[in-house]
Design a binder for this molecule. Structure first.
Ligand SMILES: [Zn+2]
Length: 97
């Protein structure tokens, strides 16, 4: 059963809106990969400028809320629930329109 796709790892929640900033749009794109590994990769778009971003998160449980700052516009790109943010990199948006 090691390859079971039915397991539910405790992966980081994509965002958790706070009151001091605009709520992320419901259509904000996000994609989480490797959520059952020590380092998970979160692809998303900046809420403000739609810059494609890749954030690597360490830890298996969502213990703390992090504001991920967009390297392009300097605003809060997204909120992530995770243990530790390893890095955030600007990438071409996977959802480029
Ligand atoms: Zn931005």
């Amino acid at each position: 059963m090691i390859d079971s796709q039915e397991q539910k790892p405790s992966y980081p929640k994509p965002y958790k809106p706070k009151t001091q900033e605009p709520r992320p749009q419901s259509c904000q794109h996000i994609k989480i990969l490797d959520c059952n590994r020590p380092i998970s990769r979160v692809f998303f778009e900046c809420y403000h400028c739609r810059q494609g971003l890749l954030t690597e998160c360490k830890g298996e449980s969502a213990v703390q809320e992090f504001k991920v700052t967009c390297p392009t516009c300097g605003k809060t790109a997204i909120y992530l629930m995770t243990s530790e943010i390893v890095s955030t990199t600007a990438i071409p948006s996977p959802w480029d329109r």
